[in-house]
Design a protein around this ligand. Structure first.
Ligand SMILES: [Zn+2]
Length: 140
């Protein structure tokens, strides 16, 4: 397993993404929801990996949810960077994705971002997809 580390712009929130999948073989997803489009987010996940978000400066880590509220989007409240998302507690929690743009080495993820539209999914289908495809969360 390799660990890809990242932080927001100011260093207030950190992320560790651990995976055995080579970054060049990792699917990069450009979710087309209104939030991800605004950030130009490029998400990756590995069901066999581990993901953790850590607050390095007290109060920096902010969670934002909208619409169906099945995910919490992890942001830095100081610098505004978007680091990734986790399944909301109401949806069972425990899984997440990372925005590769906050990693130290985003250039290693060489696949062209593929646009995905999930609008037609039911709430149950959305939660099931995330449990199957997102990365299990590990304690930071
Ligand atoms: Zn920050």
């Amino acid at each position: 397993m390799a660990i890809y580390r990242g932080t927001c712009h100011c260093g207030g929130v950190a992320v560790d993404y651990e995976t055995a999948v080579p970054p060049g073989e990792t699917e990069v997803r450009a979710c087309q929801c209104s939030f991800c489009r605004m950030h130009g987010a490029q998400a990756v996940s590995d069901p066999g990996g581990k993901l953790s978000f850590a607050e390095k400066v007290p109060g920096a880590l902010r969670r934002y949810s909208f619409a169906l509220k099945t995910a919490d989007y992890i942001l830095c409240g100081t610098c505004g960077a978007y680091l990734g998302a986790v399944l909301s507690d109401d949806a069972g929690g425990g899984y997440g994705i990372v925005n590769i743009l906050v990693l130290d080495t985003p250039e290693l993820f060489t696949q062209a971002p593929q646009p995905f539209v999930y609008d037609a999914e039911s709430v149950a289908a959305r939660i099931d997809r995330r449990r199957a495809r997102w990365t299990p969360l590990a304690p930071a």
